[in-house]
Design a protein around this ligand. Structure first.
Ligand SMILES: Nc1ncnc2c1ncn2[C@@H]1O[C@H](COP(=O)(O)OP(=O)(O)OP(=O)(O)O)[C@@H](O)[C@H]1O
Length: 250
């Protein structure tokens, strides 16, 4: 389970500080896929970095299965699988070496790691290139290795930061299937994206972020009732104009 409580991050900036995340609160239980949605600069990546313990909040806190990201960074990292399109592979390692290396980093016992490698190799169809150097793999093959890497320590929580950025239809489908599988495995999942059409099909519940603040939160039907809009895009545009009008007035 992921708990975020009044999480706030302010970056110092000459002239006026940037409030990247502003008193954000949300809870994601196991087996739920939560879409953290927002335009460029809305605060999605900053939120994920604070949950991961890579960035200290200005105030508030994030918790993973009861462990706080600031106080227990190692326990938190051990419980999170991160999928990010910006994460590269170690080019000189084979997928087998890479996956076992990460299992070792996370302190997974050798026997469990070997079993996980076997399962993930089957799940992501890695066996044809398991012993080839990562540098020689295609983009799609690298993507599958990256997904396997996020699960090698069997984390209860998955964070996906713009997981389909730069991927074609097939690559995106691999991600969609991965998210559906994660839900079925009972993981608590946060997907950060600004691709609202995709999110609508993928997620169980949504948080619409604008300038670090949660504008709306709920399931699709709750949001439809609350906003009288049909799609996330409409909700977003309506919410944005209301928020921007408010800002212009203040
Ligand atoms: N290290 C930093 N120093 C100063 N400002 C920062 C820093 N990191 C992020 N910001 C600012 O915080 C705000 C939120 O950034 P963030 O990267 O979290 O947004 P995002 O929703 O992930 O955007 P995108 O979809 O473009 O990746 C932006 O205004 C950004 O410029």
């Amino acid at each position: 389970m992921i708990t975020v409580e009044q999480l706030t991050k302010t970056f110092p900036n000459p002239g006026r500080d940037v409030v990247a995340v502003d008193h954000l609160s949300l809870v994601v239980p196991r087996g739920e896929v939560y879409g953290l949605l927002g335009e460029n600069g809305a605060g999605k990546t900053t939120t994920l970095r604070m949950i991961l313990g890579l960035l200290a909040p200005t105030s508030g806190y994030a918790e993973v299965d009861g462990f706080r990201s600031v106080e227990s960074p190692d326990a938190v990292k051990a419980r999170i699988g991160l999928v990010s399109t910006s994460a590269g592979l170690y080019q000189w390692l084979t997928p087998r070496e890479l996956l076992l290396f990460f299992a070792d980093l996370y302190g997974v016992p050798d026997e469990t790691a070997a079993q996980s490698l076997d399962n993930l190799s089957r799940l992501f169809d890695l066996k044809d290139f398991l012993d080839r150097r990562s540098a020689t793999l295609s983009t799609g093959q690298k993507q599958r290795v990256n997904l396997a890497r996020s699960l090698i320590h069997d984390p209860p929580v998955l964070l996906l930061d713009e997981p389909t950025r730069g991927l074609d239809v097939l690559g995106s489908k691999v991600i969609f299937d991965f998210i559906a599988a994660a839900r079925n495995l009972g993981k608590a999942v946060i997907v950060s994206t600004h691709r609202l059409d995709e999110a609508e099909r993928l997620c169980d519940r949504f948080g619409l972020l604008h300038k670090g603040r949660l504008m709306h939160e709920g399931t699709m039907s709750e949001l439809r009732m609350r906003t009288s809009c049909d799609t996330l895009t409409e909700m977003f545009l309506k919410g944005l104009s209301a928020a921007d009008l408010l800002e212009a007035r203040n």
